[in-house]
Design a protein around this ligand. Structure first.
Ligand SMILES: Nc1ncnc2c1ncn2[C@@H]1O[C@H](COP(=O)(O)OP(=O)(O)OP(=O)(O)O)[C@@H](O)[C@H]1O
Ligand SMILES: [Mg+2]
Length: 312
């Protein structure tokens, strides 16, 4: 290559890359503006919801979605306006546990706002599970897409009139948990769920440390699958004993109660019904309603504390 042709090629390259850089810059600026716009919408909408609670455990399969869906129904049965955001994109369980037909999907208005689905108990639900073509379609998303999805669902959903927003999280302390904590202003706090096993206890402690590190209050802890009571009244501590009480003491978290293992709970979750409404005679049902009422009191106290802090 002669020197001249090399220089020409070089100039061409410089011109092309500066055009690309300008294009990238423009596109990036547009993306930034859209992101700021979405975040502004999230802030505006979240300010209007008095209680925003994320259900956290770190450990999988301990009953987070069960607690989220049934707590939502319990609060709704106590006359509250409740919505659930299902932030477990890879394993969305909320629509099924709340008995919402997946085929109904989610509707959007002409202005692009998302209309939540409504369960027969009056709970509003937004879930990616309602946007998939079939029940067994997997969601294959990286962390950044999940962060965007959470922000957009919060920004574009019509949350009008909602007093309590419960957010069901996947296990872990990763993208989804961090996103929720970072983008929701004044997140009321985390509600923790554990089972009594040693393994769950040590993993759930990670979640408690996570919450403390990122400065989000832990509103309470529920122990699920605490025991199994046979028909003859004998009690079996299948997963061990006392994990939640231990965590509550160590981290100074309100202990909300222990839910036993009951096949009716599993069955009701699978069938999209509320066990404590359909089987009110169960010990677990009374315990669950007591936990829900205690949780409401904790929330009201947290709100008063916040108001006092704002007045200072
Ligand atoms: N107290 C209980 N008695 C009987 N079955 C229960 C109880 N709690 C939860 N289950 C059942 O255990 C299974 C796991 O519960 P769930 O899906 O709520 O856990 P999770 O913590 O949300 O799981 P993941 O981490 O995968 O999101 C479900 O089938 C649910 O119906
Ligand atoms: Mg779950």
């Amino acid at each position: 290559m002669s020197e001249l042709s090399f220089r020409i090629k070089n100039e061409e390259f410089k011109e092309k890359s500066s055009k690309n850089a300008a294009y990238d810059y423009k596109e990036q600026a547009q993306r930034m503006r859209a992101l700021q716009d979405e975040q502004r919408k999230v802030v505006e909408k979240m300010k209007k919801i008095p209680y925003k609670i994320a259900i956290l455990s770190s450990k999988g399969g301990v009953g987070k979605s069960f607690v989220t869906s049934n707590l939502a129904i319990a609060l709704s049965s106590l006359g509250k306006n409740v919505a659930v955001l299902d932030a477990d994109f890879h394993g969305p369980s909320i629509p099924k546990m709340l008995g919402i037909e997946l085929s109904k999907g989610l509707l959007a208005r002409d202005d692009g706002s998302i209309i939540p689905a409504v369960s027969r108990h009056g709970v509003k639900v937004v879930s990616v599970g309602l946007m998939l073509p079939t029940e067994d379609t997997p969601v294959i998303w990286r962390g950044s897409i999940k962060t965007t999805a959470i922000r957009q669902l919060l920004a574009y959903t019509d949350w009008e009139g909602i007093e309590y927003l419960l957010i069901d999280l996947p296990p872990g302390t990763g993208d989804e948990q961090l996103t929720i904590a970072q983008i929701i202003p004044n997140l009321t706090g985390f509600l923790m769920v554990t089972i009594p096993s040693e393994i769950s206890k040590y993993v759930v402690k990670k979640a408690a440390n996570f919450a403390q590190k990122i400065n989000v209050p832990i509103l309470g802890i529920i122990e699920n699958m605490s025991y199994f009571k046979c028909d003859d009244g004998k009690i079996y501590y299948i997963f061990g004993k006392g994990a939640a009480e231990e965590i509550s003491k160590e981290y100074n978290i309100t202990f909300l109660g222990k839910i036993p293992i009951d096949p009716k709970i599993r069955e009701s979750n699978d069938n999209g019904i509320a066990f404590f409404i359909d089987y009110p005679e169960l010990e677990a049902s009374k315990i669950f309603m007591d936990i829900s009422k205690k949780f409401l009191e904790v929330l009201e106290k947290a709100n008063k504390k916040e108001e006092n802090n704002l007045q200072k």
